[in-house]
Ligand binder design. Structure first.
Ligand SMILES: Cc1cc2nc3c(=O)[nH]c(=O)nc-3n(C[C@H](O)[C@H](O)[C@H](O)COP(=O)(O)OP(=O)(O)OC[C@H]3O[C@@H](n4cnc5c(N)ncnc54)[C@H](O)[C@@H]3O)c2cc1C
Length: 401
């Protein structure tokens, strides 16, 4: 047993030393570093067949596009401020909303997309909110767009500050910037000043502070009302998951679309699945904070020491013990994403899968070298993101002006 463990640790050292920088084995990472981008192509075993990506876009332009798309397909839009909500005395179902103009709009199913206040799901139905501030303590963002002086980088930059972090999201016509911070640890003035001193170009507007409380609704669907978007909860933008959650909610609602009976089992299934989605994203976000090595501010000391959900603790423990990561059910972030944060935040496993021992050191070396050179060659063949944009999605002149 004693000699077994010493071989174990020797192999472990050799193994880790052979792949000191995991980024070199990631196509997405190496392409991002070289300013390259393309969509996946049908290239057999090549990593170019499996490129995964997300979009940076102007949310205002995207909303306009979606509105036109929906209206072209028959959606009727009534502009107005909702003033009051009428519910059935019999079963509490929402019957109608009345606008400030006096117009009354009735319906069978109501989707609450009124933002964080949750006009219907909370205002009318009082479903309650689970507050996650003790796990995700940031509760303000100050945001400002700035000029972008050069070709946009193909990645979001997240920069840690003493009581939160800053986002930098490059678009073709501007850069989106924001500082997400915990108001218990930093004033709005200080957060704004840190942001304004860290812009990549001239600001294009006045900075705007947006307050929020991280957490989720106790019920996302209650009676005949489904909360989608910020009315359903908010987990802060560190992994840009809100619009994904909107899309996932729409897909789930279509799959579980009710008839007029609103069977409770259908509603329960929707809530169960949405709670799962929320909780797993929450855990992934908490990891970013919990795994910090920083101790230079009260905020980061709190994050390092806080108790975390048991699901997350189990993931960290399994990874630390054996380097293994399991994606459970349909959780959004896959093993590669978890590895990026676990390893990127400095957590190192103390063991590895015993099957590795089937191979000799030379064989492991050869395989690692092979993966690295396939990645290098694939990145070489990719176009720059600027060329990709010019060929596929250059901005319209009216956006530029
Ligand atoms: C700081 C921050 C950063 C974010 N970053 C990202 C990101 O990187 N990626 C991502 O996917 N998502 C991000 N999000 C989330 C994203 O902004 C939301 O998912 C998106 O705006 C959709 O939100 P929503 O429509 O639910 O709410 P909102 O955008 O708040 O819209 C709510 C609407 O309801 C209207 N309304 C309110 N009350 C009434 C009333 N009484 N009558 C009529 N209308 C009413 C409001 O006028 C508003 O138009 C971020 C959010 C914040 C706060």
């Amino acid at each position: 047993m004693a000699s077994g463990s010493s071989i174990f640790s020797i192999r472990q050292t050799v193994f880790f030393n052979k792949a000191p920088d995991l980024q070199e084995y990631s196509l997405a990472c190496m392409a991002a570093k070289k300013g390259k981008f393309m969509r996946p192509v049908n290239a057999g075993n090549s990593p170019l067949s499996n490129i995964v990506y997300a979009f940076h876009f102007d949310a205002g332009l995207y909303a306009k596009y979606l509105r036109e798309y929906a209206e072209d397909r028959g959606v009727r839009r009534t502009e107005g401020m909702v003033d009051s909500v009428a519910s059935s005395k019999e079963n509490g179902f929402i019957e109608a909303v009345t606008l400030k103009s006096g117009a009354k709009i009735d319906g069978d199913l109501f989707i609450d997309c009124s933002g964080t206040r949750g006009l219907l799901i909370q205002g009318a139905l009082k479903t309650g909110y689970t507050d996650w501030t003790h796990w995700l303590p940031c509760n303000r963002a100050v945001a400002v767009p700035s000029e972008t002086g050069r070709a946009p980088e193909p990645y979001t930059k997240s920069i840690a500050h003493s009581a939160g972090w800053q986002w930098r999201i490059p678009l073709q016509h501007r850069t989106g910037n924001g500082h997400v911070f915990a108001a218990d640890y930093m004033s709005e003035d200080e957060a704004t000043s840190i942001l304004m001193n860290n812009l990549p170009g001239k600001p294009l507007a006045e900075p705007r502070v947006i307050p929020f409380t991280t957490g989720k609704r106790n019920k996302f669907w209650h009676k005949n009302c489904v909360a989608i978007g910020l009315s359903s909860g908010f987990m802060e933008p560190l992994e840009s998951t809100s619009i994904h959650l909107i899309q996932a909610a729409i897909a789930k609602l279509l799959a579980l679309f009710p008839d007029r009976d609103f069977h409770q089992s259908t509603i329960d299934k929707y809530n169960e699945q949405t709670h799962w989605d929320y909780d797993r994203i929450r855990d992934f976000l908490i990891l970013h904070y919990k795994a910090t090595e920083r101790e230079d501010s009260e905020f980061w000391r709190y994050c390092k020491q806080m108790e975390i959900p048991s699901f997350l603790q189990d993931k960290i423990d399994i990874y630390k013990a054996s380097g293994r990561i399991f994606r459970e059910n349909d959780e959004l972030f896959n093993d590669v994403s978890w590895l990026a944060v676990l390893n990127g935040q400095g957590i190192r496993p103390s063991g590895y899968h015993p099957l590795v021992d089937i191979h000799s050191e030379e064989e492991i070396d050869r395989r690692l070298q092979n993966v690295k050179s396939v990645i290098d060659r694939s990145v070489e063949t990719m176009p720059s993101q600027s060329d990709f944009i010019a060929q596929n999605c250059a901005m319209a002149p009216e956006v530029q002006s």
